[in-house]
Design a protein around this ligand. Structure first.
Ligand code: AQP
Length: 346
């Protein structure tokens, strides 16, 4: 027995989806449908690790599902669902809470960033977040996970949890014939982090990641922004006064320029070097309008389709329910095996 190639990835419905979520994750989900079994999840249980207004959470959940479909993820070929409809995610996360060590969680930079100086007062869920993420992935024995660069450390932790589970329960896995030839019950999942857009930065500060939770709406291009809003945000994006360099080395120490060139490269499927071959020596007065036009041409069709889908929430909910049923069948099979490996009586 070996693991068949299966892709899993999730997006939190924790605010306005933005260009970073699209370029770093959603857009990369689409071609994988041709080569892998693909499972894409709206991770609403992750979102509530910080406070979410219930109505806003419902809206954002549908928005992520709409973005998946509008970007080209086919709900027949892929499984699209929201996490809370498959309770096995929470069940396996509990098992992993008992596998992972507190020291592992304390080292997570995303937890440190989000908790800040307030680490005693944030939710326990925020600390345990990577354990739930490991459960999301391993419940489906996913072999690959396409994510942005910010999730690299969480993926490493998922691999550590899988390895420790495989090792701690090696005898039971073997006894019950539930492992691969190498004795693995869970795969050691590979992260797929590639391309020029693995970390899109804020439009206001080139040293900060573009993020849903940034209080400034001007910091991100939202997937629901219209053409006018996109053009205005790019026009106002923070830059240094120098003109664009002719090669990539010239972007060193210029985070805002590097970010905008990277966005242009990702949107046009070119390398940063090719973009600089075209725009090197130009000022922002030439580059920003070209970037705005490109961004609108890529995002406008998706924006229109997302709006159309969001006008029909019943259809989105039906897609999520159907996906949850299909995901639930795989999840229950894994969970049954896990229960038996651990020694739970059923
Ligand atoms: N700025 C980014 N550049 C490239 N990829 C990004 N991703 C997020 N921000 C960028 C990728 O998008 C996927 C979904 O992320 P998430 O919803 O799980 O949460 P996150 O990584 O914490 O993203 P946000 O937008 O910053 O949300 P908040 O503010 O709620 O924490 C992941 O694959 C992520 O790498």
């Amino acid at each position: 027995m070996s693991f068949s190639p299966r892709v899993f990835s999730g997006i939190q419905p924790s605010g306005d989806l933005h260009l970073g979520n699209y370029l770093g994750a959603i857009r990369r989900f689409v071609p994988l449908q041709a080569t892998h079994e693909t499972i894409y999840c709206v991770v609403d249980m992750h979102a509530i690790t910080v406070w979410q207004e219930p109505e806003a959470l419902r809206r954002a959940t549908r928005e992520v599902a709409a973005a998946f479909i509008a970007a080209g993820i086919d709900p027949k070929r892929s499984i699209i669902f929201n996490q809370s409809q498959v309770p096995q995610h929470a069940e396996l996360a509990w098992v992993f809470n008992c596998i992972a060590r507190i020291g592992w969680m304390n080292r997570m930079t995303q937890f440190k960033d989000k908790a800040g100086k307030n680490s005693e007062n944030v939710s326990l869920g925020l600390l345990a977040y990577p354990s739930l993420m490991a459960a999301d992935i391993l419940l489906y024995k996913a072999t690959q996970v396409p994510v942005g660069d910010d999730q690299k450390q969480h993926l490493e932790l998922t691999r550590d949890i899988a390895a420790k589970f495989n090792n701690d329960y090696a005898a039971s896995i073997k006894e019950q014939g539930l492992g691969t030839e190498e004795g693995q019950f869970f795969p050691i999942t590979d992260p797929l982090i590639a391309g020029p857009a693995t970390r899109i930065m804020s439009l206001r500060d080139g040293t900060k990641k573009m993020s849903k939770s940034d209080p400034s709406d001007q910091s991100r291009i939202s997937l629901l922004d219209d053409a006018d809003a996109i053009a205005k945000k790019i026009k106002k994006a923070t830059t240094d006064p120098a003109e664009l360099p002719g090669d990539v080395e010239g972007l060193a120490g210029r985070p805002e320029a590097d970010n905008l060139v990277g966005i242009y490269a990702a949107l046009s499927d070119k390398s940063k070097q090719d973009v600089l071959a075209e725009f090197g020596g130009s000022g922002w007065g030439k580059f920003k309008p070209a970037l705005a036009e490109l961004a609108v041409s890529v995002l406008a069709p998706m924006n229109g389709e997302m709006r159309r889908l969001l006008d029909d929430p019943a259809t989105i909910d039906a897609v999520l329910r159907d996906g949850a049923e299909r995901a639930g069948a795989i999840a229950e099979k894994t969970m049954n095996e896990v229960r038996s490996i651990i020694g739970f009586i059923r």
